[in-house]
Design a protein around this ligand. Sequence first.
Ligand code: ZN
Length: 317
Amino acid sequence: MGRVFRRAGVGPDDVVHNAYGYGLFTGGLGMHYAALEVGAAVVPMSGGYTQRQGKMLKDLGATVICSTPSYAQHIAEAMGEMGISRDDLHLKVGIFGAESWSLEMCRELETQLGITALDVYGLAEIIGPGVASECLIGHEGLHVAEDLFYFEVIDPDTGRPVPDGESGELVLSSLKREATPIMRYRTGDITRILPGPCSCGRTTRRIDHIKGRVDDMFTLRGINLFPREIESELLRIEELAPVFQLVLDRNSALDILEVHIEPKDHDIVHEHLIHKVKTHLNRTLGINVAVSVQEPHSIPRSEGKAVRLVDRRNLGR
Ligand SMILES: [Zn+2]
């Protein structure tokens, strides 16, 4: 796990603000002990008390922030309301994981917090965080700890490995665990092996950011979609706050996707926004959606993993 921080350029001069939940969730204590391993000081914030998170980030001069990406976004938003800007902070790196997030969300966090946002991947069944993570220099895909895990990317239907560069389900086998070895564990996470070496010089192979989960994918009138793809497009629309929720419902035989969005400020005309979101999603993803504009700050913010998709299609039927 210490490697996650070394790849991110973190060492004894750093202060790590750890906003992953402590307790039985592997993220909190996993990141905590890893940061100590590289000699950094740790502020064990855990999740919650979001306004206090902003104050502590500023007062204690954290150089590194760790949390889920959606919670980092929530903290950034709360700081904005408190009048704390990125110039008041000393942050340089964010290490975000435990949910899949788009490149656009990554850029958004980098701008809001003045950091380089790096992805970390892991799962409780295998080890918790630390199976793979991004390096600061290459910042393109996650190096897998290949000396600890044998990994494959397979076609989820046939079970056969797909060629490098092609998307499929990540399968992991442990190489060093003794009491509870894991053989060909199907993670349910969709990714691909990135071909070629990383510019940082490390020779371990890299996987792409997790695109979604096999069971995350939903079909809207014949088109396969992941919430991350919609996130990616919504974040390109500058009048929108970087938060959304998707509600899937069924009207007689037809599936309807309602996209809940929030305007960035009160002055934006709702009709204009609805039209813009509908045409953008139709042009880029080929889907027709209903758009519902919510009051600013009404879509639930997450202190852990965000719930992006609410599927009402089978409820109560
Ligand atoms: Zn690298």
